[in-house]
Every structure is written in C-alpha cells, then in structure tokens.
Ligand binder design. Structure first.
Ligand code: 13P
Length: 251
C-alpha cells in the first residue's frame, strides 16, 4: 500500500508576515491527520521558518529547486547540503515552469535528482506534456523521455524513494483539470515506464502525484484513481482552509 502524499507548491507567492500565520493555522487544522505525508514547498527564504513552525506536526517542508553541486562559486544557487542542514526533506525537480522559463532540461533534471538523493532529500520529479504535444498525440513520448532521461542511471534501491508528479502543462494554473480518466491513463503509463526501468516491485512502491488545478471540489475523484497516490497543489495550497480540505480528501 502506497502512503498518500499531499504537497503544496507555493511557487513565488507570499510575503514573510503571512508565512507564520499560515503555518500556525494550518498546523492546528491538520494536527490529527496521520494517514498521508503532507508537504509544503515555499520559496527558499521561508524554508527555515517553516521547518521550525512545523516541528512536531505532521507537515514536512520541501524546496522548489536545488543546484547539483554541493558547494562552490555558484552565486545565487542553493545546494543539497544547505537544504538538508536546514531541515528540508523534499525538493521539487523539473517543474514545468523551470523547464519553460529557466532552461531546465532532462539532463539538468537528472543531475539534480542525483544530487538530491546523494544528500538524502526526496526528489519530486515533475513530468508533463504541453497542450500542443497532447494535441499532436505526443503525450506518452514526452512522458517516456522525461522519465528515461531524468532518472537515467539511477539504482532501483534509490529510485524507490523518489516521488513523480504528473503535471500536464495545460492544466497548471488554468482551472482546467485533467479528467480523472486522463490522469489515470498517464499515471498508468508512468508506472509502466518505471517498471521497465527499475522492475515492477520498485515501480509499485513509487508514489505518483497528480498536479494541475487540483481544488477542494475535484480532489476526491482524482484520489479515487488506482495509480494516483497524491496531489501536487499550486494555487489552492496558498489558502490554509482550501489546502486543509484537499489534505482531508474523501476516497
Ligand atoms: P495549480 O494547482 O495552481 O494549477 O499549480 C499546479 C502546479 O504547478 C503545482 O506544482
């Protein structure tokens, strides 16, 4: 049985004064939740504040990015050892916004995934097709390539701990959620590719999240799908009440 994961990606939102009040309200609201992993991924500068605010609560903290070198003259970058020493447990890698606006490629994704695992941080690898790719029937080709290259030369033992997030680019921030059937179809494909790479045992262990306009009113149906093990939530994670409702999805 795979343990569900509900993760919030705050992207580039919130100012410092909002962060602690969010954490206090949210931690209180979900203090009894025991059956899912709950993760919040704020901008770098709020990581330590949230690690402290969520100490002794069910909430873990993740980063939205990391560099692949451990240290050195790389102005502006943040490394795995830095994140680990701050109490960060997860890191999003290869988000489509990084791929679209900041030149992220499958090769740099692969370097970051390996650096995260080397530093005992669980990577959340994002994959997903654009609208154009879907309309050209390239969805599976794109997903296959992103997985094969992004997870290239990983050992099955370390692959077991990673999380994959299927985030169709056309569903992000648009209010257009993939139907549960579309999402399930791609999740099944992802598990199939993972099985060909790492064996069926490992593929059955890897959690696969859906992301793209997940809201309180569509999370239940998405979570009922066989291969959907959780959600990666953008906009709806910014409000503690709507994120609480998502964490308390009903199967
Ligand atoms: P939205 O939930 O705002 O569509 O964002 C999804 C996402 O990109 C999470 O990483």
């Amino acid at each position: 049985m795979r343990r569900p994961v509900i993760a919030g990606n705050w992207k580039m939102h919130k100012e410092f004064s909002e962060v602690v009040s969010y954490a206090t309200r949210f931690a209180k609201a979900i203090s009894d939740v025991r059956d899912s992993d709950i993760i919040i991924c704020p901008p770098f500068i709020y990581l330590r504040t949230l690690v402290e605010a969520f100490k002794d609560t069910p909430v873990s903290v993740g980063a939205q990015m990391m560099y692949w070198e451990d240290k050195g003259a790389y102005t502006g970058e943040i490394s795995g050892p830095m994140l680990k020493s701050t109490g960060v447990e997860y890191v999003i890698i290869g988000h489509s916004e990084r791929r679209q606006y900041f030149g992220e490629t499958d090769d740099t994704v692969n370097l970051r995934i390996k650096a995260a695992l080397r530093n005992h941080i669980i990577p959340i690898l994002c994959v997903g097709e654009t609208l154009e790719q879907r309309e050209n029937s390239e969805t599976f080709d794109v997903i296959d390539r992103q997985l094969l290259q992004g997870l290239d030369s990983l050992e099955a033992a370390s692959a077991e701990s990673i999380i994959v997030a299927y985030e169709p680019v056309w569903a992000i921030g648009t209010g257009k959620t993939a139907t549960p059937e579309i999402a399930q179809e791609v999740h099944e494909r992802i598990r199939h590719v993972l099985s060909s790479m790492f064996g069926s045992h490992t593929a059955e262990e890897i959690r696969i999240l859906y992301g793209g306009s997940v809201k309180p009113d569509n999370v239940d149906e998405l979570m009922r799908q066989k291969d959907i093990d959780g959600a990666l939530v953008g906009g709806a994670s910014l409000d503690p009440e709507s994120f609480e409702r998502i964490v308390r999805y009903k199967e």
